[in-house]
Design a protein around this ligand. Structure first.
Ligand code: TXA
Ligand code: MG
Length: 510
């Protein structure tokens, strides 16, 4: 397909260009255009064939729904079945702007656009080119970010050209976007709004406007039971650069830089190409590698704006390993780290000061049903902590598939009691998003459990299989269905691994 690229000045919009782009949308074609967040890949949102073309061009799984863009508030009523009072208030305050609202959908909205969901995502962008394109097309424009599926979202037309040239009819080049991360996605179908994807509009801003807002990505739905997560897009790997990205975090930026310097030195001596994501404040601390500043810590909007561009720049420089500082804290920290952690596949190295060791730690042991292995690990860790008079570490266990509360497995119970561990009143508990907070470390029994947690939960940073953490090969398998001696072996194995876990935690080197 021939892709026409046209430069359009957002301050002085060329109406002929917009008209021809509008015509392409009208006849079911694809146009990439700038919005204030990232570039979008647009097609007529109510034509199912047009929506199908978007999925094809992006290489995107078709169960991942699209956002429909409008250019007048009242058009929401053509797409949404019900618009609550809270939703109206949010629209009045934040539209046009980087807030996407999820409603129950109207009859006319095709399943192809909503990934088969009964809800629809609607956004009224503030970018003048986006607004004029929607008006000129006379349609509502479905548009995901204009990148190939899995790549960083585009913040410059050059990024769109690199990914989609030959796959779309037209690219409107409106220069650099201003925000740089995608819109906040907020579900307003229930009584309390729920954030499904963090963005420039923060929880605090939303709460200022309408009171209570929850952050429940509802992505922990058990896929084996075919429960659809609320924001299907959140379960896919995202934003990944070609090089292997690792986040290095710690309270002391000097120590973080030292850690990155020493890793980079080793990598470079092996002939690898190493990129470093620094800030204006820290760039001078790095001695080697290719250092790019992502912006200033004093103003995290600059970090958000440059994030995807920097990841793509390292791609074009052919970097094989990329190390990034962490950008927590600040108003946009949550939204920035949501993207950066995904881009890093949750690879995080933590650099701790000596006296921080074991501080504010929460350890969650995770297995599949929480009826044997993770509970065994929990109680043996709890006992060790008690024996050593360590009080500031919280330890718990959770399951990935807990359909109903169950007591501990009967064979496990016999072994646990013989070892003097408590089992009375115990019931199994499902791992939820609320369990996962900044200080926590998750230890799973198998690789599959680890991958499931990373895929289905947000903001998972420190996660290992228990053997990986103990520097061993292999997994701790479920003795379910086996003899009581196998349960006994499993418990002893876990006691041994928990002891090694303690040693590593206390050594402070992770
Ligand atoms: O800033 C943005 O939102 C950009 C610009 C182009 O507007 N668009 C964008 O679209 O980021 P996309 O497709 O890359 O991300 C849309 C997100 C996905 O995580 C998707 O799963 C979620 O919104 N989403 C869309 N419709 C939904 C629905 N009905 N229910 C729940 N989540 C939905
Ligand atoms: Mg996207």
């Amino acid at each position: 397909m021939y892709t026409k690229t046209i430069k359009v000045d957002p301050e002085n919009i060329d109406e002929t260009a917009i008209d021809s782009a509008g015509k392409i949308i009208k006849r079911g074609g694809l146009v990439a255009f700038p919005t204030e967040t990232v570039y979008g890949l647009g097609a007529d949102g109510l034509q199912k064939e047009a929506a199908a073309k978007i999925y094809e061009a992006k290489g995107r799984p078709s169960d991942n729904p699209l956002i429909i863009h409008i250019a007048r508030k009242e058009d929401v009523f053509h797409l949404a079945k019900e618009v609550s009072e809270v939703a109206c208030k949010l629209m009045d305050i934040f539209w046009p702007g980087p807030l996407t609202l999820i409603f129950e959908k109207q009859e006319g909205v095709p399943d192809e656009t909503t990934g088969g969901l009964s809800t629809v995502a609607v956004r009224y962008p503030s970018h003048p080119i986006a607004q004029r394109l929607i008006e000129a097309s006379g349609r509502f424009i479905a548009a995901p970010s204009a990148n190939l599926s899995g790549k960083p979202s585009p913040t410059l037309a050059e990024h769109v050209i690199a990914d989609l040239k030959g796959r779309v009819d037209m690219i409107l080049d409106g220069g650099s976007v201003s925000i740089g991360i995608e819109s906040t996605v907020l579900d307003v179908t229930g009584e309390v709004p729920v954030i499904l994807r963090p963005g420039f509009i923060t929880k605090e801003m939303l709460e200022d406007a309408v009171g209570e807002v929850k952050v429940d990505p509802a992505i922990q739905g058990d896929l084996t039971l075919d429960i659809k997560p609320k924001a299907p897009g959140m379960k896919y790997r995202h934003y990944a650069p070609k090089g292997e990205l690792t986040i290095v975090e710690g309270n002391d930026i000097g120590m973080v830089a030292e850690e990155i310097n020493s890793i980079a030195e080793v990598m470079l001596s092996q002939g690898k190409k190493v990129g470093i994501i620094a800030t204006d404040e820290s760039a001078a601390l790095y001695r080697n590698g290719t250092v790019l500043s992502i912006g200033s810590r004093e103003d995290d909007t600059t970090v958000a704006a440059n994030l995807f561009r920097v990841l793509r720049e390292f791609d074009s420089l052919g970097m094989e390993f990329i190390y990034s500082e962490s950008f927590e804290g600040g108003k946009l920290g949550y939204a920035i780290m949501n993207r950066l952690l995904k881009a890093a596949g949750h690879r995080v190295i933590e650099v701790k000061g000596k006296d921080e060791v074991l501080e504010k730690n929460k350890i969650i042991f995770v297995c599949t049903t929480n009826s044997t292995r993770s509970y065994m690990a929990e109680v043996s860790m709890a006992k060790l902590l008690k024996d050593q008079n360590i009080e500031d570490v919280q330890v718990m266990s959770r399951g990935l598939v807990v359909l109903f509360e169950e007591p501990v497995n009967p064979k496990a119970q016999i072994c646990l009691e013989a070892h003097g561990y408590p089992v009375k009143n115990y019931v199994t508990i499902q791992l939820t998003q609320e369990d996962i907070d900044t200080g926590c470390m998750i230890l799973t029994m198998t690789e599959a459990e680890k991958n499931k947690v990373m895929d289905e939960y947000e903001n998972v940073k420190r996660i290992y299989t228990i053997k990986e953490y103990a520097n061993e090969q292999g997994e701790v398998l479920d003795p379910y269905g086996k003899e009581i001696v196998d349960y006994e072996y499993c418990l002893r194995e876990l006691e041994r691994l928990v002891e090694k876990t303690m040693i590593r935690l206390k050594g402070g080197k992770e």
